[in-house]
Design a protein around this ligand. Structure first.
Ligand code: GDD
Ligand code: MN
Length: 371
């Protein structure tokens, strides 16, 4: 009798990628839920763990010893949601790849529908969406809900695809739809879906509603990670160079101006103004308040009064308008180079600030200042 050394078994057709950072207490429950949701599928799950300190990777490997569908990719010395998901995708050879959070906040029960979308051949990416009919954000506080909607609205302005939930971290994609753009993805940051869609604008997308669950175990990492990324970015931009105190003050007043703008916009909307008029009024209010504050503090030594104040306000307005055009142009350019939307946005804003500062110090406040 001939003994075969090797019995080839086909690989799974679906890989579920789960990025994890300190999610030990959620691993078992997630695998059980996937098992229930994916009956009839030949699936595997790859946890991509960024060296969690709570032993998440060990829990995953322990499960993997009794269930070959459960695998772990443990990354050392690296961080980042998009990069983790990307490495998970690259470790899979399945035809269909799904990404889902490891904290049970995404509803795995819609995975079969998402996979059906991909198999239909009419859809390249099926996205779990909180913002289409039937979807929702569960028990988020009004504040967090507003923040999320605001960020989503901003994103939709810069993203070329009409997607209700472009920030979703829950989606399924066909491998052949992903492969052409792999080398163009930035892999930094946390908006992998946005990255993929802007690298391959031709992809056909469908959104599937789901209810965002409450997190029962562990804490959210994204808030602190996003802040950290902002800090790194600013650090890299400013790094080492000494900034003139006057510019720092100017920039702080500019940042305050954003709040003034939003407050004025809200007031306008509450007063039932049409949005574009409210936005225009808010722009004028914020610019005037910026001018007034800079005149009172940043340029206290060369303060303008009377008629010179009015002329100063007008030149300041003209300069800021040009700054705004430059801001949008640069942001658009950088965004076109496949950077994250917020890096592009921030770079545009930084350029606008530098322009406004440099030019207004000469034309508005007379260039009589020592820098
Ligand atoms: N490997 C790895 N590396 N995993 C990470 C990292 C990281 O640097 N940061 C976060 N994760 C994992 C978490 O362990 C979790 O499984 C998942 O990524 C989502 O992180 P949360 O910290 O739970 O994010 P959230 O709930 O605040 O954010 C939600 O909204 C975002 C945008 O609206 C999620 O649905 C995100 O997927 C979504 O992009
Ligand atoms: Mn979460």
């Amino acid at each position: 009798m001939e003994l075969r050394q090797h019995m080839p078994q086909p690989g799974p057709s679906v890989t579920v990628i789960v990025p994890t950072l300190n999610e030990r207490g959620n691993v078992h429950a997630l695998v059980e839920r996937l098992d229930r949701a994916l009956v009839g599928e030949d699936w595997e799950v790859i946890f991509v763990d960024d060296d969690s300190t709570d032993g998440t990777a060990a829990v995953v490997r322990e499960l993997g010893r009794s269930d070959r569908r459960v695998r772990c990719v443990q990354r050392l010395g690296r961080r980042g949601l998009s990069g983790a998901c990307l490495e998970g995708m690259l470790a899979s050879s399945a035809t269909y790849i799904a990404i889902i959070d490891g904290d049970l906040q995404h509803d795995e029960k819609i995975l079969p529908d998402m996979l059906a979308d991909l198999r239909s051949g009419a859809v390249d990416v099926s996205v779990g969406s909180r913002y289409v009919d039937g979807g929702g954000i569960g028990e988020w506080s009004g504040e967090r809900a507003r923040m999320s909607r605001f960020a989503t609205a901003l994103t939709r302005i810069v993203v070329p695809v009409p997607l209700a939930d472009p920030m979703s971290g829950f989606f399924a994609i066909r491998r052949d739809a992903l492969e052409p753009s792999l080398r163009r993805l930035s892999a930094q940051g946390f908006k992998l879906l946005l990255d993929i869609l802007s690298a391959s604008p031709g992809l056909r997308v469908r959104e599937r509603a789901y209810q965002f669950n409450r997190r029962e175990w562990g804490d959210s990492k994204l808030d602190s990670m996003v802040l950290w990324e902002f800090a790194m970015l600013l650090g890299g931009k400013i790094g080492g160079r000494r900034l003139p105190a006057r510019f720092l003050l100017f920039a702080c007043i500019g940042a305050l101006g954003v709040l003034v703008h939003l407050a004025a916009l809200r007031a306008g909307l509450l007063a039932a103004m049409p949005f574009h008029w409210a936005q225009l009024a808010a722009t004028i209010v914020a610019m005037t308040s910026n001018f007034w504050l800079n005149n009172a503090f940043t340029y206290r030594d060369v303060r303008l009064h009377g008629w010179a104040f009015v002329k100063g306000l007008l030149t300041f307005g003209a300069i800021c308008s040009v700054g705004a055009v430059a801001n949008v142009g640069v942001a658009q350019f950088i965004y076109g180079m496949q950077y994250q939307w917020w890096i592009a946005g921030l770079a545009g804003a930084a350029l606008g600030a530098v322009w406004n500062y440099a030019v207004s110090s000469i034309f508005t406040w007379g260039g009589r200042t020592g820098g």
